[in-house]
Design a protein around this ligand. Structure first.
Ligand code: ADP
Ligand code: MG
Ligand code: ZN
Length: 491
């Protein structure tokens, strides 16, 4: 899409996202069944999550702690008392006929998130609330007309994060979704897996004339499962709404889906008003009590958010904003860098910025990211030592790259491999000087111009020397020696 892709002229989009994120607990929200993904259908079910009469829910304390962690990381106020409510509706994947959620008194309210959309202004946007609820099961549409239900997911703990209608463009919505996911990933409460549905987004959008105070009628776009699609689906829907309004037509509040192949949104249903759900407090569950001491305890263990980590990498380790941002794109990548930087504060020194650059240019290419996990082919200590070897002048940057390749999958130390592979830079005076003389003799014209004052030609000679040694010379030594040889041969 071109630069003017999200230009809507006189119209201004208003967007608010509702995000459902699965909490990484081992067991479900109200029973002891496993939350593991991908197992045989209906292998993790019990009377509670099947909704059998008389079965009583027992709240999972780990889920509460994760939800409070998320609320705090998003700058919310944690309500000391919150209420579980029944949201009543009928659908085959909902065995009880209601979903346990929170309604009037949610766990956390009034948070905020800083967005930094590409090409846009960074700013804080509001988070209305974070509440806990259970997930539904899954309808499995089999061969022919058969439909079956898998209830393994029924009762899995979720948090719903309702955003304020503060977003004003599809790229802002995309950035918000991405940063929110990263926060949850970094605090370890969610695996951020959009394809498997453990992080899901419903996007609400309306349009209004620029300058208008009131919001237009909104459409809720359901289940947008990628960052790219949130941008694309919103763009398509915004244009549809503008087209209708410019023709003088009106439309009702509704829920729509997005067909990425056709680049079209399509109606799913008229939006259910809250009355339709007949919410009421769940009589089987007492109010949730998160007292000040508990909240303070969770706060004291709160991991850094990606934004905090990035700021620290810049302020304390001297990294550039870009490098810090890339490293803080995933918690395991950030900790890989941190471990390497820590190692390099020991007896063998390496500069954090150099370590960061090596990770960005080499290590990340070989890193496999899978949800919260990341697989590296080397260890932080190996990378730190490798960079130390460059800085100590033992190997060249180019040699470091091939050494890095040989380290992959081994537990060897870079220093031991330097010898085994016969690597190490030519820093020896005699060898370098002989090479330098040879080069000066072979390039008399350039040598003459250099002596006549074109000092920039030193770079040419250094380049030639590096080429002659296949990059195995220490460039700093090489340039000192060349300078001397060029001056000496003056007569
Ligand atoms: P519901 O209970 O129907 O889901 P909410 O009031 O909780 O409705 O709002 C849901 C989401 O819709 C929120 O993220 C909010 O920011 C967003 N939203 C509300 N009004 C508008 C609007 N006019 N245009 C765009 N988004 C909106
Ligand atoms: Mg809602
Ligand atoms: Zn169960």
């Amino acid at each position: 899409m071109g630069p003017s892709a999200f230009d809507y002229g006189d119209w201004e989009p208003v967007i608010g996202l509702e995000i459902h994120a699965q909490l990484l607990t081992r067991t479900k929200l109200f029973c002891g069944c496993a939350t593991s993904f991908g197992d045989p259908p209906n292998s993790h079910c019990c009377p509670v999550c099947l909704g059998l009469p008389g079965a009583l829910p027992v709240l999972n304390a780990a889920a509460v702690e994760m939800a409070v962690t998320a609320g705090l990381a998003l700058g919310c106020q944690i309500n000391h008392r919150s209420i579980f409510a029944r949201k009543n509706y009928f659908y085959p994947d909902l065995p009880k006929g209601y979903q346990i959620s929170q309604y009037e008194e949610p766990l956390a309210v009034r948070g905020h998130l800083r967005i930094e959309p590409e090409g846009g202004e960074p700013r804080e946007v509001g988070i209305t609330r974070v509440h806990m609820e259970e997930d539904a099961g899954k309808n499995v549409h089999g061969l022919g007309s058969d439909s079956m239900v898998d209830l393994n997911r029924a009762g899995t703990p979720l948090i719903e994060i309702v955003g304020e209608p503060d977003l004003r463009s599809p790229p802002e919505a995309r950035d918000y979704m991405k940063r929110l996911r990263d926060v949850l990933l970094f605090i370890g409460v969610n695996d951020g897996n959009l394809e498997q549905g453990s992080f899901r987004c419903d996007a609400n959008v309306s349009v209004r004339r620029r300058g208008d105070e009131t919001f237009g009628t909104r459409v809720e776009m359901k289940n947008i499962n990628s960052f790219r699609f949130v941008e694309e689906a919103l763009d398509v829907e915004i244009r549809r709404q503008i087209r209708l309004l410019e023709r003088g037509e009106t439309f009702v509040q509704q829920t729509r889906g997005y067909n990425a192949d056709k680049r079209e949104s399509y109606p799913l249903r008229e939006k259910e008003g809250d009355e339709g759900y007949r919410y009421f407090p769940d009589p089987d569950l007492p109010p949730l009590d998160c007292d000040e001491a508990f909240v303070a305890q969770v706060r004291s263990r709160l991991p850094e958010t990606p934004a905090q980590k990035r700021a620290r990498f810049v302020a304390e380790l001297g990294l550039g904003d870009y490098a810090a941002g890339v490293l803080c794109g995933h918690p395991r990548v950030a900790s890989f860098f941190e471990e390497a930087a820590l190692w390099a504060m020991g007896p063998r020194r390496a500069t954090p910025t150099k370590i960061a650059n090596f990770i960005l240019s080499e290590v990340l290419r070989d890193t496999t990211i899978d949800g919260l996990d990341a697989r590296f082919t080397t260890t932080p200590a190996q990378i730190a030592e490798l960079v130390a070897l460059i800085e100590e002048g033992v190997i060249s940057g180019k040699q470091a790259k091939s050494l890095y390749q040989s380290l992959a999958g081994t537990d060897q130390s870079p220093s031991s491999l330097v010898e085994a592979l016969g690597l190490s830079v030519i820093a020896d005076e005699g060898t370098l000087e002989a090479l330098a003389r040879e080069l000066v003799d072979k390039n008399p014209k350039q040598a003459e111009s250099y002596r006549a004052g074109k000092k920039a030609l030193l770079g040419f000679f250094v380049g030639q020397l590096m080429k002659a040694t296949s990059g195995n010379a220490d460039p700093k030594r090489a340039s000192q020696i060349l300078e001397r040889v060029l001056e000496q041969d003056g007569g």
